[in-house]
Design a protein around this ligand. Structure first.
Ligand code: HEM
Length: 342
């Protein structure tokens, strides 16, 4: 299903040549938009509307900063562009849904699943609800994955030991499975998986999680003291702090993907919420497995087909954004290669 996305992306990445310099965040954003539009929205978008949808989502993403979050209705250009983009995206989704209904077309994508879904009481989903859910899903799926895959690249390209380990893992995969990368093969890329997971821990996309307690609970601190929290209270987990707690993660400021491997498993030391990059509880991210899958597909493809070097300094975090992303341009030099399996 994803091969056409890579073919389309390769043309952009290569820009006609075998080597060059590209801005990594932008490239990853494009491939993730291609994947999202194929898997979530369907063929119509990827074939005919990709450029427009890409621009509209950039308009929405521009509105994901702290000012727009605190003052969502303030008449500033970012809020205006976000709202205009949302209206146009809804129109596009309505058109796709209506044309599928008119032509009796059935596609294999999430949009179709939402269109065919029913509420518990038997009612069909409304057009407005489907459009809202699909736009939210694309945003949730593409934006955070772009950020985590860019941090993964920046971390790997500056840590030779782990880059070599991931490349060796790809060689091993190629020896065994050639280029037949399916779901099962992706689940065998354990080193790459840990490198992505560790990039997420070091650079969490989420500033904090805000949840409301549904019942009275008791929380025990590490020294043993207990705190009662009444039902209805709002709790905030500052993920960028909790993912660096030194009694859970040894040398938390060091990029060390092996901390998740058997024998160490530091993400389990503090209980099930030690690793909260994807949230937790009843509102935990439902797209976690999908996110790992797409980031693994992208980086395994890149490492097998390109030699890549980071040419700009290691990026800083952009604290003005609501979803924390690498600040400024992340430039990489690429040269096409075919990774030899022996
Ligand atoms: C690396 C990529 C991703 C990261 C870091 C991420 C992170 C998160 C976080 C922190 C939350 C809030 C959880 C909480 O409040 O406890 C969340 C919620 C959510 N995510 Fe993700 N996510 C990613 C990818 C995806 C993908 C690929 C999808 C779907 C295609 C997705 C769909 C959602 C949805 C629908 C929610 C709301 C869940 C609810 O409120 O019940 N996410 N995500």
């Amino acid at each position: 299903m994803l091969t056409p996305c890579f073919v389309k992306w390769r043309t952009t990445l290569q820009n006609g040549g075998e080597e060059g310099v590209v801005e990594l965040k932008d490239e990853l954003n494009q491939i993730l938009m291609l994947i999202a539009s194929r898997c979530l929205l369907g063929n119509e978008v990827r074939e005919k509307l990709f450029g427009e949808i890409y621009t509209l989502f950039s308009g929405i993403e521009e509105g994901v900063n702290l000012v727009c979050f605190m003052l969502p209705y303030m008449p500033i250009p970012a809020n205006h562009r976000r709202d205009k983009a949302r209206i146009r995206l809804t129109e596009i989704v309505y058109d796709i849904m209506r044309s599928r209904k008119t032509c009796d077309g059935v596609e294999e994508d999430v949009l179709q699943k939402l269109m065919d879904s029913r509420y518990k009481d038997g009612r069909c989903t409304t057009e407005a609800a489907v459009a809202g859910m699909i736009i939210a899903l694309i945003f949730a799926g593409k934006h955070s994955s772009t950020i985590v895959s860019t941090w993964t690249g920046a971390c790997l390209l500056t840590h030779t030991m782990f880059l070599d380990a991931v490349v060796e893992e790809q060689r091993e995969i190629m020896r065994k499975y050639k280029d037949n990368i399916d779901y099962n093969v992706l689940s065998k890329m354990e080193t790459l998986h840990s490198c992505i997971k560790e990039a997420g821990r070091m650079h969490p996309a989420t500033l904090g999680l805000i949840h409301q307690t549904q019942k009275n609970i008791t929380v025990r601190a590490k020294e043993g003291s207990e705190y009662g929290i009444p039902k209805g209270d709002t709790l905030v987990n500052l993920v960028m702090l909790t993912s660096k707690l030194s009694h859970i993660y040894k040398d938390p400021e060091v990029y060390d993907p092996y901390r998740f491997h058997p024998g160490r498993e530091e993400d389990k030391v503090g209980g099930k919420f030690s690793y909260a990059i994807f949230g937790g509880g009843s509102h935990a991210c439902p797209g976690e497995a999908y996110a790992f899958l797409q980031i693994k597909i992208i980086w395994s493809h890149l490492l097998r087909n390109f030699e890549i070097k980071l040419t700009s300094p290691f990026p800083k975090t952009d604290w003005s954004k609501f979803v924390l992303e690498p600040k400024g341009k992340v430039l990489v030099n690429y040269r096409r290669r075919r990774l030899e399996s022996n």
